[in-house]
Write a protein that binds this ligand. Structure first.
Ligand code: HEM
Length: 453
């Protein structure tokens, strides 16, 4: 078990602050949320209503699994995240529309299909390693943008196939930034009941980026339709999908929305998780060495192939423990269709309930030494002994992340490639601070000393 004061970089506030709401909203989740099964985040009368947070796995199971039909995505998180995911996408669909979109996308995420992508993951990771071999050598590199570029290149390849080569990927990423970094403002204004058009810092730039992205993605879809070429990528799958019951195909608006959503959901979360993982390993050198020993024993110096993934068990555990301490998706929201009672709380139809993943993962009653870094918590017998909602970086129930296996395969491949080739150490003098954007990022990036091995 490795401890470091930075593994809990703030003190939870008993009383919320508006500043925290737009910088690091989880600071406002009260101390009880780490001790009790549910907690209420006090409101800031008259501008911000109180919010119920759930942290008891039994109550969470009720909302996300047992009574999932009674809940929908809440309108506050929907407004916040729609700048990054687009409202017509599978992420926001409900009822029959959601079931159809999810069925349509599911074949792209089957195990056989994902395994075929391992060489793509490995090539991407290898290219990153080549670059660091040229540029790193004992210098300091901010791994957060590096992981964003790497995971973005890979998701584009998975979604667009060879079409990814023709895109200006840096420009795309630059235009995505204002969309994902303004989610906290959108969430706060939605909670305050302000109209969607209310300006906030960065809103103009975000709107301009939205228009640029929408045009660029529309052109991608139009070009692909015009080419009519055979392809095995996710776009091809969405283009050819038909509802088995009605024969309906996806409209252009749905295609564009889903393409946009996959581009964002398929890289931002993984980039965040990988960057935190490298940072944690830089702090905990003994675990980094143990990880490297597993990778070298399993692979030697040859490239990672699909057959290797199952042998990299400790690599997987390191990623799981990293996402326990720093879950990229730090909380999910739900709203009941009708008035309901959850635990002692009466929640009115349409009101927000937050499943506080960050607090669940650091809950005193669920974890020994919750702030320590210990990948052995994810040894299989320990996992079996835990409630299934005690650990949920990918959510739970019917709306569990469709990309969870994609993400674990890709992250395992990348982590193994990078840790085999480099030693990561903390950058002297850097202090970590959290920023709750779309995902839980580090405010000033994650600079690390990178030594070539
Ligand atoms: C470390 C990586 C990832 C994390 C931590 C993560 C986390 C999550 C979480 C917590 C949810 C549930 C949201 C809710 O219940 O409200 C979710 C849903 C979703 N994720 Fe992921 N995700 C990751 C990677 C991916 C990837 C790689 C893709 C696609 C390529 C993806 C696509 C989606 C989609 C489409 C949904 C919505 C599913 C639905 O509503 O049916 N995610 N993700």
């Amino acid at each position: 078990m490795f401890h470091d004061a930075e593994f809990m970089p703030f003190s939870p506030r008993a009383k919320p602050s508006l500043r925290a709401a737009v910088t690091n909203m989880i600071e406002n989740w009260p101390p009880e949320a780490y001790r009790e099964g549910h907690a209420v985040m006090r409101g800031l009368w008259p501008i911000l209503p109180a919010t119920v947070l759930l942290t008891d796995p039994v109550l969470i199971e009720e909302v996300l699994i047992a009574r999932a039909e009674e809940f929908v995505r809440d309108r506050f998180q929907t407004r916040a995240l729609s700048s990054a995911f687009s409202r017509k996408s599978l992420f926001f669909a409900e009822g029959a529309d959601w079931r159809w979109q999810r069925r349509t996308a599911a074949p792209a995420f089957r195990h056989e299909k994902l395994i075929e992508l391992v060489p793509t993951f490995a090539r991407g990771a290898h290219a990153q390693a080549q670059e660091w071999r040229r540029t790193a050598n004992g210098g300091i590199i901010n791994v957060a943008p590096a992981m964003a570029q790497l995971t973005f290149a890979i998701i584009l390849r998975a979604v667009l196939g060879q079409g990814a080569e023709t895109l200006d990927q840096r420009k795309f990423l630059a235009e995505l930034r204002p969309r994902v970094s303004t989610t906290a403002w959108r969430f706060l204004f939605a909670r305050m009941g302000l109209p969607e058009a209310t300006p906030f810092p960065g809103s103009r730039k975000a709107a301009a980026s939205g228009r640029w992205l929408s045009d660029a993605i529309s052109r991608l879809v139009a070009n692909r339709r015009a080419e009519g070429r055979e392809s095995k990528d996710i776009l091809a799958l969405l283009l050819s999908a038909k509802d088995p019951e009605t024969g309906r195909a996806m409209s252009d608006a749905e295609l564009i929305s889903n393409l946009y959503m996959f581009m964002v959901a398929g890289h931002e979360t993984m980039a965040t998780a990988l960057a935190w993982t490298l940072w944690l390993l830089a702090k905990d050198q003994a675990t980094q060495e143990r990880l490297r020993a597993e990778i070298q024993a399993a692979l030697g110096q040859r490239p990672i192939g699909p057959e290797d993934i199952d042998r990299l068990t400790f690599t997987r555990q390191v990623l799981q423990e990293s996402m326990r301490l720093f879950p990229p998706a730090f909380g999910v929201g739900r709203a009941p269709r009708e008035d309901v009672t959850i635990g002692p709380h009466k929640i009115r139809a349409g009101e927000l309930v937050i499943i506080a993943i960050w607090c669940v993962h650091r809950h005193e009653k669920l974890w020994d030494e919750p702030y320590g870094f210990d990948p052995d918590r994810f040894a299989s017998e320990k996992v079996k002994a835990r409630h299934r909602c005690a650990y949920m970086p990918f959510g739970a129930g019917p709306r569990i992340c469709i990309g969870s296996n994609f993400a674990m395969l890709e992250m395992t491949t990348i982590l193994a490639t990078l840790v085999r080739g480099f030693r990561f150490k903390p950058a002297p003098g850097h202090q970590v601070a959290l920023a709750s954007h779309l995902t839980l990022r580090a405010k000033n990036g994650l600079p690390l000393v990178i030594e070539v091995l």
